[in-house]
Design a protein around this ligand. Structure first.
Ligand code: ARG
Length: 461
C-alpha cells in the first residue's frame, strides 16, 4: 500500500478500507492525461522559478520514461497504489529521488484529477464527433443514391403517406448533425484549465495559470478555484449528449429491426453484421441493431448516476466525486462502439426496393392525395376528407386499392373524379408533388442534400 499522505497517521489503513477507497483499477486509464498535466505543471513551475530548469528537465524526462514504460508494458500499474496520481508520483520519486518530490508543489490531487478528467473528456468529445461524422457520411451517401426509392412513411406504425428512403434517412441526418453540434457546444464551454486551483483555494506560489492553460491547449484558466475542483457539469453534459446519440441510434435500430423482419422484408443486413441461431438454421438475426438498442440503457444509467451523485455534494471536493469515472468511462466506450458498429452495419445493408415500393402502394397511403385532388376541383378539404373516407371503406370491402377501382366505381362515390385521378394518386406523383423544403419530392431533397454536403465539407472534425 503506497500512500501519499501517511504523515499524520499512526495506524495502517484497514485493508478493506484501502480497497474501497482506491481508484487505481479504473483511473489508470488517465495515465496519459496525468503525465501530460504533470509535464505542463513542472514546465510552468520552472518558468516561474519555483523549481530550477535542471529540476524541471529531470522531472519531464522521468515522467516521459514512466509513460513509455507503461505503454511498452514494462511498468505495470498495480493495485499497490491508491490512484493513478500516486502511481506516477511514487515512480517518479523512485527514478529521480528528491527532485521528484518537488513535482506536487502548488498542486493538489483535487485540481489534478479535475484536469485529468477534463483532458480525457476533451479527447473523447473529439473522438465521438469523428465517429458521428463518419455516420453522417454513410447516411448522406445512402440519401444520394435513393432519391427515387419509394417506401411508406408511418405514423403510429401504420402506413401514412409515401416517402423516399432518402427522405427517411434525412431525418436521422438532422438528429446526428444536432448531436455533433451539441458536442461542439460542450467543448467550447468546458475547454478551460482547472490546474492551479489547488485543493480549493489556489496557492501562495506565484503560479502562471494562463501559461499552464496555454501549454495544455485550453482557451484559458478557470476563474474560480472552488468551482474548478467541484465542477463536473461538463461531464454531465457530455453524458447527456451521449444519451441523445444513443436514443437516436436506438430508434434507428428499432426501425432496422422492423425492416429486417420477415413481414416487412425491406432490408438485407450483411452477413458480416448479423448472427445465426444455434437451433434454427434459417435464422439471420439483427443482433447489432438489437445490442445498440439494448446498450442505450447503460448510457442513460451513467447520466442518472452522476446527476444523483452530484446533487447533494457541498463545495468543494468530496470523495463522492471519485464516482464520476467508472460508469462515465463505460458510457463513452459504449457510445463510441455503438456509433462505429452501427455505421458499418448501415454501410453494408442492402435495400429490397421492390418490397418497399409495393408496401408504399398498399395501405391507402395515397388517400390524402385523393382528397387533395377533390380540393383542387373545388371541394372544401373537410368534405373531401369525408368522401375519401367513404371511398376507403368501399375499397376495404372490395379488397382493392383506390387506383384499382374503375372510373365508374369512383364516380359513383363522387362525380368530380375524372380520368386524371389515376395520375394524381400514382405513387410517383404522391412523392414528387411534395416539394416544400424538407419534403420528399426529388427537387426539394436535392436542395437539402446540397446543404448537407456543404456542411460535411466545412465540418470535417
Ligand atoms: N481518486 C480521486 C478522485 O478520483 C482523486 C482525488 C483525490 N482527492 C482527495 N482529496 N482525496 O476523485
Amino acid at each position: 500500500m503506497a500512500q501519499l499522505w501517511g504523515g499524520r497517521f499512526t495506524k495502517e489503513t484497514d485493508k478493506l478500507v484501502y480497497d474501497f477507497n482506491a481508484s487505481i483499477s479504473f483511473d489508470k486509464r488517465l495515465i496519459k492525461q496525468d503525465i501530460e498535466g504533470s509535464i505542463a505543471h513542472a514546465t510552468m513551475l520552472a518558468k516561474q522559478e519555483i523549481i530550477t530548469t535542471e529540476e524541471k528537465d529531470e522531472i519531464v524526462k522521468g515522467l516521459q520514461e514512466i509513460y513509455n514504460e507503461v505503454t511498452a508494458g514494462t511498468l505495470e500499474i498495480t493495485s499497490e497504489y491508491e490512484d493513478v496520481h500516486s502511481f506516477v508520483e511514487a515512480n517518479l520519486i523512485q527514478k529521480i529521488q528528491d527532485t521528484g518530490k518537488k513535482l506536487h508543489t502548488g498542486r493538489s490531487r483535487n485540481d489534478q484529477v479535475a484536469l485529468d478528467m477534463r483532458l480525457y473528456v476533451r479527447d473523447q468529445i473529439t473522438k465521438t464527433d469523428k465517429a458521428l461524422y463518419e455516420l453522417l457520411q454513410t447516411i448522406l451517401h445512402t440519401m444520394e443514391e435513393n432519391l427515387d426509392t419509394y417506401m411508406p412513411g408511418f405514423t403510429h406504425l401504420q402506413k401514412a403517406q409515401p416517402i423516399t428512403l432518402a427522405h427517411h434517412y434525412g431525418a436521422y441526418f438532422e438528429m446526428f448533425k444536432r448531436d455533433r453540434q451539441r458536442l461542439g457546444d460542450i467543448y467550447e464551454r468546458m475547454n478551460y484549465c482547472p490546474l492551479g486551483a489547488g485543493a480549493l483555494a489556489g496557492t501562495t506560489y506565484p503560479l502562471d495559470r494562463e501559461y499552464t492553460a496555454e501549454l495544455l491547449n485550453f482557451y484559458g484558466p478557470t476563474l474560480n478555484s472552488i468551482d474548478s475542483v467541484s465542477d463536473r457539469d461538463y461531464l454531465i453534459e457530455f453524458l447527456s449528449a451521449l444519451s441523445l446519440v444513443m436514443m437516436h441510434l436506438s430508434r434507428f435500430s428499432e426501425e432496422v429491426i422492423i425492416w429486417n423482419s420477415n413481414e416487412y422484408s425491406f432490408v438485407e443486413i450483411d452477413d458480416a453484421y448479423s448472427t445465426g441461431s444455434s437451433i434454427m438454421p434459417q435464422k439471420k438475426n439483427p443482433d447489432i441493431a438489437e445490442l445498440v438498442r439494448g446498450k442505450t440503457g447503460r448510457v442513460y444509467g451513467a447520466l442518472m448516476s452522476l446527476l444523483t451523485t452530484m446533487k447533494g455534494i457541498p463545495l468543494a471536493y468530496n470523495k463522492d466525486m471519485q464516482e464520476d469515472k467508472e460508469m462515465a468511462f463505460d458510457a463513452m466506450d459504449t457510445a463510441f462502439n455503438c456509433i462505429t458498429l452501427f455505421t458499418g452495419m448501415l454501410a453494408t445493408m442492402k435495400f429490397k426496393k421492390e418490397n418497399m415500393a409495393n408496401s408504399a402502394t398498399k395501405g391507402f397511403t395515397n388517400a390524402t392525395d385523393a382528397a387533395d385532388y377533390l380540393v383542387n376541383h373545388g371541394m372544401p378539404f373537410r368534405d373531401a376528407h369525408s368522401v375519401i373516407g367513404r371511398l376507403v371503406l368501399e375499397c376495404i370491402d372490395k379488397e382493392k386499392a383506390i387506383e384499382e377501382l374503375s372510373l365508374t366505381e369512383l364516380q359513383e362515390i363522387c362525380p368530380m373524379f375524372e380520368e386524371d385521378i389515376y395520375e394524381a394518386i400514382a405513387l410517383k406523383t404522391c412523392v414528387e408533388k411534395r416539394l416544400t423544403i424538407g419534403a420528399p419530392g426529388r427537387a426539394a431533397m436535392e436542395k437539402v442534400i446540397k446543404i448537407h454536403r456543404e456542411y460535411l465539407r466545412r465540418n470535417e472534425k
